[in-house]
Structures are given as structure tokens and as C-alpha cells.
Ligand binder design. Structure first.
Ligand code: MG
Length: 251
């Protein structure tokens, strides 16, 4: 497995409020924070710190407990950020997305998600979005009120229906699915998925070199405007574990 991460403030914003967690060898997560001043950055970092701490026990978990542990870890991250937000005026209203995969190396991927960061699977030259956007516009789409094309450019597409650190009760999307040695997984913030269409991402994924592919995804987001912070984790299941270690040292 080869893992490449990229994060960039983009071309408009001064801060980078996205955070990436690579907890080798198994946990990979992206969080996209929001809030005034620098609080979005605090929210995404704090959420992934709490999430990372709560997923340490996963390595000892039997498979039937993994799902519960992941959901619990997201809820712990939520409580942690919410507590910070209500106890400090500077942090009022902050929140973050959280999208994570756990890959124990047995051909199974465990996935948990809140917000509008995304998980894609690229398999047999086809890109599939696995995460459900917790947005107002996605709800409109689900109800058949608007099309996917209309959703992609809708002026209110950034309104989140759920985020970490905003409310006590959250619904966590959590799924378990099989992965093959030729799959690629892409976790990204909306700074990528908003600037680069799914068709463009699929086209860039034709690049076989994982590092070049990740660089090309980031550059495409910047070339298309770079209006938001851009973060991505590209996980290539086909590459050897040795390479993954080399990459993690460079992250
Ligand atoms: Mg964003």
C-alpha cells in the first residue's frame, strides 16, 4: 500500500483549516474546519487528535467491534470539539467535517464520515463516491428536487446539515466494504471536489504513478481556481508496504 498526502491553503485563503491524519499503518482521515478567526483550524486539528486517540484500540478489536469503535471515536471527537466551542468565546460556532478510513490489511475497508469531505473509490477505471454529503443541497438532490449537475453549482452547496462540534447528536455514516489490490482510495476536502469535477478526477486517476497522480489532483484544484483549502489522501492498494513507510517519513 502506498499513501500520498497533499494539503495546500489554496489561492484565496490565508489559513489552511484542513487537517490530515495519517496514523500508520491503518487510519487515514481528512477534516475540514470552519469558524471565525483561526477556530476552523483548531476544530479540525482537535477533532482528528481526539479521533486518533480513540482509534488506537482498533488494532486489538475483533471485526464485529470495529464499526462500534469507529462510531464511538467520531462521537468522542464531536464531544471534544463541542466542549471547546461552548467553553471559549473565540471558538463559538466552530466545527469540522471528518472523513476517515481504517484499513487493517485484510481486504476490508471501514469507513466513517460526517460532513462534506469525501471518500472515493477508483476501481477498474471507474470513480465512485462512497461518502454521502451531509449538505442541504444533497438533501434536495435526494428528494429529487434538483439534479446532480444543479447541485454541483448550487449557491447554497456549502451549507452543512451536520458537522463535528456543532450539536450533541450526530449521525455518523459508517460502512464496511471489500477492497481489491488494484483499488485506489481518495479522501479529500471540498477544496478538491468543489474545484475538480468527478469526471476530471477520474481522468487524472489514469496516471499510474501515485505521487504524480496526487500532485496532479492538487494542481488541477489550484488551476481551476483554488478557492478553498485543498487536502487529499491518495491510497494505492497495489503498491508495496515498504514504499508506504518511505512516504510516511516524508509526510
Ligand atoms: Mg473546505
Amino acid at each position: 500500500m502506498l499513501v500520498v498526502t497533499k494539503t495546500h491553503p489554496g489561492l484565496v485563503r490565508e489559513n489552511n483549516e484542513d487537517t490530515i491524519l495519517v496514523q500508520e499503518p491503518y487510519i487515514y482521515a481528512v477534516a475540514d474546519g470552519m469558524g471565525g478567526h483561526a477556530s476552523g483550524e483548531i476544530a479540525s486539528r482537535s477533532a482528528l487528535k481526539a479521533f486518533g486517540a480513540a482509534t488506537h484500540s482498533l488494532r486489538r478489536d475483533s471485526s464485529e467491534h470495529i464499526r462500534d469503535t469507529l462510531i464511538e471515536a467520531v462521537k468522542k471527537a464531536n464531544n471534544h470539539v463541542l466542549k471547546m466551542a461552548v467553553s471559549n468565546d473565540e471558538y463559538t460556532g466552530m466545527g469540522t467535517t471528518l472523513t476517515a478510513v481504517y484499513l487493517p490489511g485484510n481486504g476490508t475497508a471501514y469507513f466513517c464520515h460526517v460532513g462534506d469531505s469525501r471518500l472515493y473509490i477508483y476501481r477498474d477505471n471507474t470513480l465512485e463516491k462512497r461518502s454521502h454529503d451531509h449538505t442541504y443541497v444533497e438533501d434536495l438532490k435526494d428528494k429529487g428536487c434538483i439534479t446532480s449537475e444543479e447541485a454541483a453549482i448550487h449557491p447554497e452547496r456549502h451549507i452543512l446539515m451536520q458537522a463535528i462540534g456543532v450539536e450533541e447528536n450526530i449521525h455518523v455514516q459508517c460502512e464496511i466494504f471489500s477492497i481489491t489490490p488494484n483499488d485506489r482510495l481518495l479522501i479529500c476536502s471540498d477544496g478538491l471536489s468543489d474545484m475538480v469535477t468527478d469526471a476530471e478526477i477520474a481522468e487524472i486517476m489514469l496516471e499510474a504513478d501515485t505521487e504524480i497522480c496526487a500532485t496532479n489532483l492538487l494542481e488541477k484544484a489550484l488551476n481551476n481556481g483554488g478557492r478553498d483549502n485543498v487536502s487529499l489522501i491518495l491510497i494505492d492498494m497495489a503498491q508495496s508496504p515498504k514504499k508506504a513507510e518511505e512516504v510516511s517519513e516524508n509526510v
